[in-house]
Design a protein around this ligand. Sequence first.
Ligand code: C2E
Ligand code: CA
Ligand code: CA
Ligand code: CA
Length: 279
Amino acid sequence: AKAQGRNTYCFYEHQWEKQLKERQLIESNLRHALERKQLQLYYQPQFDTMTEKMIGVEVLIRWFHPELGMIPPNHFIPIAEETGLILPIGEWVLRTACRQAKEWQERGFDPVRVAINLSPRQFQQQNLVATVESALYTSGLEPQWLELEITESLAMKDAEFTIAMLKDLRAMGVSLMIDDFGTGYSSLSYLMRFPVEGLKIDNSFVRDSIESNSSALLLASVITLGRNLNMRVIAEGVETEKQLTFLRKHQCDQVQGYLLGRPMPAADLEKQLNKVSDD
Ligand code: C2E
Ligand code: CA
Ligand code: CA
Ligand code: CA
């Protein structure tokens, strides 16, 4: 038994070492990803549930490394947050997306709102509001076309500071949404205290909704909650017709998911944008 215990220990140590090496590899490479132009933005369409019109796109980062291949955001965003690299990366995302949205407008496409994911870490920056203002000003994009998705987190424990910032952003005309609604630990209190325009229901609620009656009830309740608070409600992770029908029936405002469109490079998304004169 003792020998086995020792083997197990070695196994775990080995795993742990492997994970540490992987992490270090990502971390050291991430430092150069921006300057080496390995980061790219993908855009996933968001639709009005009733009219089926594309009204927005969520901006999702992709990292293409020449040797490591495509590294998904879930593997490097947490490391970027811990190391602080999320600050330059986040600013690059913001500026690039604003420029892209403005470029589409200038080329005569029907305007769509670009929704950007903000890390809690970015909210601890004194100059976030100034950075957003600068990104809008430099790109020439009007604030109404920019949406910021924020997640609840412990990092927001300095709520007064965060709320003041969110108010400034809203006063600028930028729209704010709570992301992954229902998965944090104080969703409801955030919803009441943060000056947000709406909420995005987490993938998991949509996924489970067709599996059981209680999950379906939960999803319907969250939509109703949002509506009663006069909020815009987006459901993400819509993968099946059945889910879409359910969301339509319960009057969820917007939908997003593989069924309707995957995240894709700007050049591909463009093909789905309408020209203003088409209407
Ligand atoms: P998120 O903000 O919750 O984004 C939604 C995720 O669900 C995306 O994963 C998207 O590709 C995926 N998704 C969309 N439709 C479906 C569907 O129908 N089914 C399923 N199963 N998944 C779907 P992705 O692109 O891998 O991003 C993962 C997370 O990484 C994001 O979760 C977000 O938290 C973070 N992230 C991505 N880009 C950025 C960024 O530019 N800045 C920051 N701070 N975080 C980012
Ligand atoms: Ca998001
Ligand atoms: Ca989400
Ligand atoms: Ca998420």
